[in-house]
Design a protein around this ligand. Structure first.
Ligand SMILES: NC(=O)c1ccc[n+]([C@@H]2O[C@H](COP(=O)([O-])OP(=O)(O)OC[C@H]3O[C@@H](n4cnc5c(N)ncnc54)[C@H](OP(=O)(O)O)[C@@H]3O)[C@@H](O)[C@H]2O)c1
Length: 206
């Protein structure tokens, strides 16, 4: 599959490393030439170009930059799967949303016509390279309104090594995003580090 990853930070690069094993990955960056040199000649384009040629787009930018990044796609996200990995935080790493709303729903309003799927936000970037900690597959909670899009993202997650769990419609991102914040609190606030992850137990495999 042709995948565009918008944002070349921790998450963008980790998912890029994982997904480029079986897919064609192009990064969308604000400064493609500079970024290409930093990423050892990886396939880097402008956000507009990367999103144009892709079948699926991963938005891996900070929550507060999502609207701007979507604007840069120039409507290329229309009719495509758009994965939102964000944890909505303010500049002090505090929760930036209420509990009757979600970043994913907000993003779907900006990305008109895109099939937005919430995924990967509860897994630390470094663990996204394999989706596993030791022999344990990490759970990634998935939400989205388009069943076909969700199925594709779940397949992608399994391909990385994660265990996807379908939480329901996109509105259920309201439950998934606070779980991402819990992980950040444990990793950084409680100083457990990023070598931790979540696994749903006591159920049949997804
Ligand atoms: N870090 C984690 O462990 C983790 C885990 C789960 C979810 N998340 C979520 O994943 C997202 C990315 O996190 P990260 O840790 O990868 O952040 P990061 O290391 O700060 O990287 C973000 C990237 O986004 C791009 N960017 C920044 N501002 C932008 C803008 N205005 N328009 C377009 N692109 C912009 C930049 O790439 P270019 O310079 O190439 O444009 C930047 O490298 C966040 O929403 C975060 O909440 C992070």
């Amino acid at each position: 599959m042709k995948i565009a990853i918008i944002g070349t930070g921790n998450v963008g690069r980790s998912l890029g490393e994982a997904l480029s094993k079986c897919n064609e990955v192009v990064y969308g960056s604000r400064k493609p030439e500079e970024t290409k040199a930093k990423l050892n000649g990886a396939n880097v384009a402008t956000i507009e170009e990367a999103s144009k040629g892709a079948e699926l787009i991963i938005l891996a930018v900070p929550y507060h930059s999502a609207k701007e990044a979507i604007h840069e796609m120039k409507n290329n996200e229309k009719d495509k799967i758009l994965i939102d990995v964000s944890n909505p935080m303010d500049e002090h790493m505090r929760w930036a949303k209420g509990f009757n709303e979600s970043a994913a729903e907000e993003i779907s309003k900006h990305a008109k016509g895109a099939k937005v799927v919430k995924a990967f936000n509860t897994i630390f970037a470094e663990n996204m390279k394999t989706g596993q900690l030791g022999a344990e597959k990490l759970t990634t909670f998935i939400a989205g309104d388009d069943e076909g899009a969700k199925a594709k993202v779940m397949e992608l997650a399994r391909g990385i090594g994660m265990e996807p769990v379908d939480v329901g419609m996109l509105e259920k991102a309201r439950y998934i995003e606070p779980v991402g914040m819990l992980m950040i609190e444990l990793g950084y606030g409680r100083k457990m580090g990023t070598g931790i992850g979540m696994k749903l137990v006591g159920r049949n495999s997804a």
